[in-house]
Design a protein around this ligand. Structure first.
Ligand code: B4P
Length: 193
């Protein structure tokens, strides 16, 4: 299986690039943000709990997202690989993912880390907030809180995977197609290994 993590701060292009990558490589896209927004739209108890945290720019509890990913892995036994988008966001989530994949006799092949400056992140998310209807995108202080949460809890996930030599840094500023091309080059170099 080809399992890839697309890693980066909020607004770094994970969702944008994931759509193109799954179409190109035939992977199953697993976005915890999309799964959580699905729960919110369906007004489930989990969705209501998640919405309150997401609206403050905070992470949803680890056990909630790990449970969602565990179900998604079980529900897709035929997948030739997974593209994880926005997950894992904490070291506890990363350790849980490694265990879930080990049960499938599989592992993360690479972590592709998109690098974008904070001012560009804020600009992109405020811009998306004009049309997305997402309550976490239309207020600069919430966007900055999400970036603080990323710096405090998520950036260490890259260190975790660096210790296994799995991280590839990708320039995340440029056109969508330029960044897609860099990601494809990184993935193709893996498949040749
Ligand atoms: P997510 O849904 O994962 O969203 P995100 O990080 O905000 O955005 P993403 O990175 O995918 O967006 P993109 O750059 O593609 O998370 C939302 C919330 O859910 C989190 O804050 C958290 O509360 C919760 N959550 C999710 N997963 C969790 C987990 N594992 N644990 C705990 N909580 C979790 O797009 C941004 C904008 O940039 C778009 O408008 C796009 O068009 C634009 N853009 C993209 N590429 C561009 C480029 N090259 N140039 C210019 N603009 C570009």
């Amino acid at each position: 299986m080809l399992n890839i993590i697309l890693f980066g701060a909020p607004g770094s292009g994970k969702g944008t690039q994931s759509e193109k990558l799954v179409a190109h490589f035939g992977l199953k896209h697993l976005s915890t943000g999309d799964l959580l927004r699905g729960e919110i739209a369906a007004k489930t108890p989990l969705g209501l709990e998640a919405k309150a945290l997401m609206d403050m720019g905070q992470l949803v509890p680890d056990e909630v997202v790990i449970g969602m990913i565990s179900s998604a892995l079980e529900n897709n036994p035929q997948a030739k690989g997974f593209l994880f988008d926005g997950f894992p966001r904490t070291v506890a989530q990363a350790e849980a993912l490694d265990k879930l994949l080990a049960l499938k006799k599989s592992e993360i092949k690479a972590v592709l880390a998109l690098h974008v400056t904070e001012e560009e992140l804020v600009k992109r998310l405020l811009n998306r907030g004009l049309t997305s209807g997402r309550s976490d995108d239309n207020n600069e202080s919430i966007i900055r809180a999400r970036i603080v949460e990323y710096n405090n809890k998520t950036s260490v996930v890259a260190e975790y995977y660096k210790s296994f030599d799995k991280v590839k840094s990708i320039e995340g500023e440029g056109t969508v197609n330029e960044i897609f091309s860099s990601l494809c080059t990184a993935i193709n170099s893996l498949e040749l290994l």
